[in-house]
Design a protein around this ligand. Structure first.
Ligand code: HEC
Ligand code: HEC
Length: 391
C-alpha cells in the first residue's frame, strides 16, 4: 500500500533512464518525487532509491542535523563517544577493531559494521530478522543498557536531551529539520535525523561501478578474472552476495513487501563441541528466533568497500580478505584447540553452498583483487559525510 501511495504522488511521469543493452532498450520511468529523492540522496543512476518508512521521508535538513548528531559526543550519557567512535568514514564507517568497546568500556560481542549502503539490507545488524528500518535499529546503540553503547538509558535521557535544547546551534538545526513541531528536542527527532543521515550514505562509485557502467578499463585483467570466479559455480559467492549491493539481504524503494527476502546463513566458522554451537556469547539468529537450527546463522554482509572494513565476519575473527576466501575454499573453519575447538566444516547447520573446492593461489588472489575493486574512494572522502565540527 505504501509503495502505491509513493507512486501516485505525482501524475507526471518522466522518462528517466535510457539503457541501451545491445538491441533492446529498457525505459525506467520515475515520478517527480522519486527524481527529487534521487537527487537529494545522490543515488547513482544504476542504483535504486533506498527504502524509507512513510513516517520519516528524508529531507536535507534532517540529514544535516543527523550528520551533526552522528559526530557529537553529547549523544552518549558520559559524553565520551558518538556514533563515529565505532563508525569511521575513512573505513567506510567500520572501525578496524575486532569488536569495539561501548562508552563505559564494555566490549561488545560483534564487529562494527560498515554503513555504506546499509539501508539496502532487508534487515539490519548481523543477525536480527525483526529490525527492518534504521529508525528501529538506532534505538539500540543509543538507548540500550546491556551492553551499553552510547548509554542514553531512561535514567539520563532527559539530561541528554537538555544538552541539545540548551545549545543554540542545535535549536536551529532541530527547528529546520522539524519545522512543524514545537516540542523541542525529543529522542524520536534525534533518531529520525540520524536515520536520514545514514540513509544518505550511498556508495556507488567504485571501479566496479565504472566497469558495469561501460568503462571496460576500470577493472584490471586480474579483477575481471576474479569477478568471473566470484560469479561462478565453483566459488559460489554470488548466491549469497548478489546484486548491486552484493547481498541477498536486499530491498529498495521499489521492492514489493511480499518479494523481500530475509536470508541468514551458517558459514561454518565454528562447531563448538561438535553439535553445531557457535560461541555462547553469540549464536546468531537463534538468539532471536530461539530455533536450534538457526544457530550460527548470520546475514550475508554487503561486500561494498569490504577491503576497508577488516577484520571480518560478525565477530571479527578473520583478519584479511585472503583468509576469508581461503575459509570458503576450505568449506569452513576447523579450530583445533582452545575454548572454541570444533570443526566448523561439519557444522550441521552450515549452508549447503559452503563446501570445500579446489582453487589455485592465483585464483584466490584474483577474487581478492575483485573484492578490492568495490572500494569507493569518493565515498570515504566525500565532505557531506565528514565531521561537521571540523569544518
Ligand atoms: C560502541 C560501538 C558502536 C557505537 C557507539 C555505535 N555502533 Fe553502530 N554498530 C556497532 C556494532 C558492533 C554493530 C553490529 C551490531 C549487531 O550486529 O548486533 C553496529 C551496527 C550498526 C548498524 C547496522 C548496519 C547494518 O548493515 O545492518 C547501523 C545502521 C549503525 N550501527 C549505526 C550506528 C549509529 C547511527 C550510531 C550512533 C547513534 C551507532 N551505530 C553507534 C557498533 C557501534
Ligand atoms: C551461503 C551463503 C554465502 C556464500 C556462498 C558466501 N558467503 Fe560470504 N558471507 C555470508 C555470510 C552469512 C557472512 C557473514 C557470516 C558471519 O559473520 O558469521 C559472509 C561474510 C563474508 C565476508 C566478510 C564481510 C565482512 O564485512 O565481515 C566476505 C569478505 C565474504 N563473505 C566474501 C565471500 C566470498 C568471496 C565468497 C565466495 C568464495 C562468499 N563470501 C560466499 C554468506 C555467504
Amino acid at each position: 500500500m505504501t509503495k502505491f501511495i509513493k507512486l501516485i504522488t505525482s501524475l507526471v511521469l518522466l522518462p528517466f533512464l535510457l539503457l541501451a543493452c545491445g538491441e533492446s532498450k529498457t525505459i525506467v520511468q520515475q515520478t517527480e518525487d522519486e527524481l527529487a529523492l534521487r537527487q537529494l540522496l545522490e543515488v547513482p543512476d544504476h542504483m535504486a532509491i533506498p527504502d524509507f518508512p512513510d513516517y520519516n521521508p528524508p529531507t536535507q535538513e534532517k540529514i544535516t542535523l543527523g550528520r551533526h548528531l552522528f559526530y557529537d559526543n553529547k549523544l552518549s550519557a558520559n559524553q565520551t563517544q558518538s556514533c563515529s567512535s565505532c563508525h569511521l568514514q575513512s573505513l567506510a564507517f567500520a572501525d578496524g577493531k575486532k569488536t569495539p568497546e561501548g562508552s563505559t568500556g564494555t566490549v561488545l560481542a560483534r564487529n562494527s559494521q560498515g554503513l555504506a549502503n546499509a539501508v539496502y539490507h532487508s534487515t539490519l545488524t548481523w543477525a536480527n530478522n525483526g529490525l527492518l528500518q534504521l529508525e528501529e535499529q538506532l534505538v539500540i546503540p543509543i538507548r540500550a543498557d546491556n551492553p551499553i553503547e552510547l548509554g542514553v538509558t531512561d535514567a539520563v535521557v532527559d539530561e541528554v536531551l537538555a544538552r541539545f535544547d540548551n545549545d543554540e546551534r542545535y535549536v536551529n538545526l532541530f527547528n529546520a529539520a522539524f519545522p512543524d513541531s514545537d516540542s523541542g528536542v525529543t529522542m524520536n527527532k534525534i533518531i529520525f535525523a540520524i536515520a536520514s543521515f545514514c540513509r544518505s550514505m550511498i556508495s556507488g562509485n567504485a571501479p566496479y561501478d565504472r566497469f558495469i557502467n561501460g568503462d571496460k578499463s576500470a577493472l584490471t585483467e586480474q579483477q575481471k578474472k576474479g569477478f568471473a570466479l566470484f560469479n561462478g559455480e565453483r566459488f559460489e559467492c554470488f548466491h549469497c552476495h548478489s546484486g548491486i549491493n552484493f547481498s541477498t539481504s536486499y530491498r529498495d524503494f521499489n521492492s514489493e513487501n511480499t518479494s523481500i527476502k530475509f536470508p541468514f546463513f551458517n558459514n561454518g566458522l565454528y562447531n563448538v563441541g561438535g553439535l553445531g554451537d557457535y560461541p555462547a556469547i553469540d549464536q546468531g539468529l537463534s538468539d532471536i528466533s530461539l530455533k536450534p537450527g538457526d544457530r550460527g546463522k548470520f546475514r550475508p554482509q554487503s561486500l561494498r568497500n569490504v577491503a576497508l572494513t577488516a577484520p571480518y565476519m560478525h565477530d571479527g575473527s578473520i583478519e584479511t580478505l585472503r583468509e576469508v576466501v581461503e575459509h570458503y575454499v576450505a568449506g569452513g573453519r576447523n579450530i583445533e584447540s582452545g575454548p572454541y575447538a570444533g570443526d566448523g566444516r561439519t557444522n550441521p547447520n552450515k549452508s549447503g553452498l559452503i563446501r570445500p573446492f579446489d582453487a589455485s593461489d592465483a585464483e584466490i588472489d584474483a577474487v581478492v583483487a575483485f573484492l578490492e575493486s568495490l572500494t569507493d574512494y569518493e565515498f570515504i572522502n566525500n565532505p557531506k559525510f565528514s565531521n561537521p565540527f571540523e569544518e
